[in-house]
Design a protein around this ligand. Structure first.
Ligand code: RFL
Ligand code: PHB
Length: 389
């Protein structure tokens, strides 16, 4: 088999890149370790930046996103018993859209199937060869049968646990990591959201987030201990704890119900450099992870896809190699600024097990500064709606 670009990983990064390339006539094959149902069963991101929406539009996959996505002009930050709003629209002229990653992935798979894009599911033993030569190829097996695909480029879109990053020699790659001493326990419930915007709450009992997927489907999170398991948390215990962490007017309005999904996400900041080695280009979680507090994981994956798509397009349409040569530098420039934002918002909103009284006072002072200072609000709003590509 032969193609121009082998895309390893059929999550949102791989599918978005594949769709953008297919629309420009650039052949590609997506290799996915899991089944389609498994990929669509993962509940993850919920908030999309405008840059992401524009890429979905360019990929020809934005009809349902425009029809069903919920546009948010601002968000609520709660602290103790009070709350204040950051107005994205007023400070930046921009907004975010609430539309689940599951729906994004479904739309991308539908589009790929309509255009006969090639996707191979349930691949095993994926290995990359000749990455630092002009003739790379990827080997994989399905049901015990080994296959080879020769290609010009490989896009490593296989998430944090994938093989692509690990194929870059240890002496070439440098990794930066920060692990946070808590996790997020998330619950999905078929009830209307407690409020029409997201609520991020810093409470003495720990962080809480009220989010949503639609007018009838809500997503809630609470900070939990790293060693907690979902079995430690009944629905009743979750709702009781959430209500204690958000201001009373919201807690009183909260409509609870049986959870239809419950999971714990670890909290990590991680970046690998460089994001390119030879003919391999890393995109999304394969290259970097953020704690979910700023809703930046999927959005940063999309900005990587943008830079790689532009580089590949220029190469195939005009022969210009500059975009590909500068991919790592361009992507990392934005990645680090987004890392800073996610780290900052996580540090501001969570309670740390080893937090001193001094640390707690500084956190409150920073929240008060944000509540009362327009310049601080503008900075927060710019980070949340997303930096330009
Ligand atoms: P993914 O989604 O992990 O997809 C990688 C795909 O690669 C496959 N794979 C392989 N395929 C072939 N061969 C191999 N050897 C392979 N190894 C792995 C996997 O099966 C998978 O299908 O990475 P991608 O595409 O880079 O997308 C990244 C996003 O999924 C991630 O950044 C976000 O979900 C993060 N995130 C959020 N991001 C946002 O922008 N906004 C949010 O509101 C937001 N909320 C969240 C989040 C992540 C969360 N969790 C669970 C960590 C909320 C949570 C709770
Ligand atoms: C979500 O709805 O899953 C969500 C929203 C905002 C975040 C993180 C996750 O910051």
């Amino acid at each position: 088999m032969k193609t121009k670009v082998v895309i390893i990983g059929g999550g949102p990064s791989g599918l978005l890149l594949g769709q953008l390339l297919s629309r420009r006539g650039i052949d590609n094959i997506v290799l996915e370790r899991r089944s389609k149902d498994y990929v669509l069963g993962r509940i993850r991101a919920g908030v999309l930046e405008q840059g992401f929406v524009q890429l979905m539009q360019e990929a020809g996959c934005a009809d349902r996103l425009h029809a069903e996505g919920i546009v948010h002009d601002g968000t609520v930050l709660a602290c103790g018993g009070t709350a204040f709003r950051i107005d994205f629209k007023q400070h930046t002229g921009s907004q975010v859209v609430v539309y689940g990653q599951t729906e994004v992935t479904r739309d991308l798979y539908d589009a790929r199937e309509k255009t006969d894009g090639q996707t191979v599911f349930n691949v095993e033993d994926v290995t990359l060869h000749g990455v630092d030569t002009d003739a790379p190829h990827v080997r994989y097996s399905v049901d015990g049968v080994v296959h080879h695909v020769a290609c010009a480029f490989i896009a490593g879109c296989d998430g944090f646990h994938g093989v692509s990053r690990k194929s870059i020699p240890r002496d070439v790659r440098k990794e930066y990591e920060k692990v946070y001493p808590f996790g997020w326990l998330g619950v999905l419930v078929e009830k209307p959201p407690v409020y029409h915007e997201l609520i991020y709450a810093n409470s003495p009992r720990g962080f809480a987030l009220c989010s949503m997927r639609s007018e009838t489907l809500s997503r809630y999170y609470i900070q939990c201990a790293v060693q907690d398991s979902v079995h430690d948390w009944s629905d009743a215990a979750f709702w009781q704890e959430l209500k204690r962490r958000i201001p009373a007017p919201y807690a009183d309005q909260l409509i609870t119900g049986p959870s239809i999904e419950k999971s714990i996400a670890p909290m990590r900041s991680f970046v690998t450099e460089p994001m390119r080695w030879g003919r391999l280009f890393l995109c999304g979680d394969a290259a970097h992870i953020v704690p979910p507090t700023g809703a930046k994981g999927l959005n940063t994956a999309a900005s990587d896809v943008h830079y790689l798509y532009q580089g590949l397009r220029a190469f195939y349409e005009t022969g210009d190699q500059d975009g590909l040569a500068r991919y790592s530098e361009k992507a990392l420039g934005r990645v680090w600024k987004t890392q800073r934002f996610s780290w900052w918002l996580s540090s501001l909103m969570h309670r740390y097990p080893d937090q001193s009284e001094f640390d707690a006072k500084i956190q409150m002072a920073e929240l008060e500064f944000l509540r009362s200072n327009r310049a601080a609000q503008k900075t927060m709003a710019q980070g949340y709606v997303g930096l330009p590509y």
